[in-house]
Design a protein around this ligand. Structure first.
Ligand SMILES: NC(=O)c1ccc[n+]([C@@H]2O[C@H](COP(=O)([O-])OP(=O)(O)OC[C@H]3O[C@@H](n4cnc5c(N)ncnc54)[C@H](OP(=O)(O)O)[C@@H]3O)[C@@H](O)[C@H]2O)c1
Length: 421
């Protein structure tokens, strides 16, 4: 590729949740502005989910130092943190990774659907901020289509366990007789829905709370559970033995003081599962006697075991990705030639049109049928002459033959020709 595609990422695979959350970008629009101005990238797309913060970029040079500096200035982190946690890959490896993402192979829960929606949202927001352009728009559109196809034909999403089921399983493994315990779910979003489904399926009773009572009431009508008032619950956790917390609150909802107070009046222990990123449970609650705190890190460990059991499926999807990545790379390389090819067609058509009009006025031709025949004749001649060299240029671009593209750029430089005329 004449253009470099870069992927810089920090994910749950290399970094625990308390590190991951430090890389979170808070103001996405502002971040896009900054990346456009300072990173040296011509295009970029940011994917930010609870398990990853990833940057896809396109540039001719790909100055990694500048990218790191821009990201560091957005998070306030030292550049050293980037060296330790951020993995960078380029071109074929970057395309390969994007296909792993869209097909669900790099997800914490193998084949889960959420990531596809999150990637669609990411490219939509990059488009809106005018941060992505011809290359990344085409790349993401293709990768989404390929990922969807791979999911369908491999069945990777079927039989998988959701983050919600994992969390409930984790609670079961760590609490004796969860059925007899009082369980609270904080949040009514996508992840809470998965937790509620799993609790419901296994026959556990649970309370649900959300900032607005109506929202938790509607949630409980479809997902089960008993809706409770947020203000009362949040300052009195003493009635619960298991808390599942899945919110996007930008601060701790489950604080050290609230848990210390709750545990004073409690005979049983309490298990808290924080599924949020950034975390919404203060990690210091783990030091309160009787409290067991778990978060996405423990879920990731559990998922590793799940993956081991589904190794055959992983191999099938990997080989599908290996095949697709070559075609994807070729089509991205072809894009490098497109500006030249469309320029050539445009310029030659302008010439054709000019000469056609000249000839028609010399002939003083008015007959529409005849004019149409002459017009089509000129188009056919141009098409016949130009298509072969243009297809050869596209092919050369696909094969990474930059010399040929360079030469073609010089040969078909109509602008310079016009200036010297
Ligand atoms: N989506 C995934 O694949 C995934 C996987 C693992 C973990 N996670 C993490 O799980 C968390 C929830 O994700 P989600 O996809 O379920 O999000 P979501 O669908 O957007 O739902 C967000 C929930 O957070 C609540 N909330 C937001 N701000 C709040 C505040 N200040 N105080 C109290 N509640 C607040 C919302 O309540 P209101 O209705 O009152 O706004 C809503 O119930 C996130 O931290 C995410 O990173 C997500």
């Amino acid at each position: 590729m004449n253009q470099n595609i870069i992927n810089a990422r920090v994910t749950f695979r290399n970094s625990p949740i308390h590190i991951l959350e430090q890389f979170t970008i808070k103001d996405m629009h502002g971040a896009y502005e900054k990346f456009k101005e300072e990173s040296g990238l011509d295009e970029c797309v940011i994917i930010q989910t609870c398990n990853r913060i990833e940057l896809f970029g396109k540039s001719k040079s790909g100055d990694l130092e500048k990218i790191r500096k821009t990201w560091a200035s957005l998070t306030g982190l030292e550049e050293e943190a980037f060296k330790e946690n951020v993995k960078v890959v380029e071109n074929q490896e970057a395309l390969h990774h994007l296909l792993k993402l869209t097909s669900g192979l790099d997800s914490m829960v193998l084949g889960e659907e959420q990531i596809l929606g999150q990637i669609k949202n990411s490219i939509a927001s990059a488009r809106e901020s005018k941060a992505s352009g011809q290359h990344l728009n085409a790349l993401f559109d293709k990768a989404i289509r390929i990922g969807t196809r791979i999911r369908k034909s491999s069945g990777i999403g079927k039989g998988g366990i959701s983050v919600g089921s994992m969390a409930v399983k984790l609670a079961e493994e760590n609490i004796d007789e969860l059925k007899t315990k009082r369980t609270l779910l904080i949040g009514t979003g996508e992840i809470s829905t998965l937790v509620a489904k799993s609790l419901q399926r296994r026959g556990y009773a649970f309370d649900v709370t959300s900032r607005t009572l109506e929202r938790s009431q509607t949630f409980c009508q479809t997902m089960g559970g008993n809706s409770v008032r947020f203000e009362e619950i949040i300052s009195g956790f003493k009635n619960y033995d298991a808390l599942f917390v899945a919110t996007t609150a930008p601060y701790f909802l489950v604080t050290f003081d609230r848990i210390t107070k709750a545990m004073k009046d409690k005979k049983n222990g309490m298990m808290i599962l924080d599924l949020s990123n950034p975390r919404t449970v203060d990690e210091r609650v783990a030091t309160v006697e009787g409290v067991r705190l778990m978060n996405l890190d423990q879920i990731a460990e559990m998922v590793e075991k799940n993956i081991a059991a589904r190794q055959n499926m992983v191999k099938t999807v990997e080989s599908m990705i290996d095949e697709e990545v070559l075609a994807l790379e070729a089509s991205m390389k072809r894009l490098d030639a497109e500006p030249l090819v469309s320029d050539v067609f445009k310029n030659i058509d302008l010439l054709r049109e000019k000469e056609l009009q000249k000839a028609l006025s010399m002939l003083e031709e008015k007959d529409k049928a005849k004019i149409k025949i002459i017009d089509e004749l000129t188009k056919a001649i141009v098409e016949g002459i130009v298509s072969t060299p243009m297809n050869n240029i596209r092919k050369a671009s696909e094969q990474g033959n930059h010399d040929m593209i360079e030469l073609a750029n010089r040969l078909f430089d109509y602008k310079r020709q016009k200036q010297s005329d």
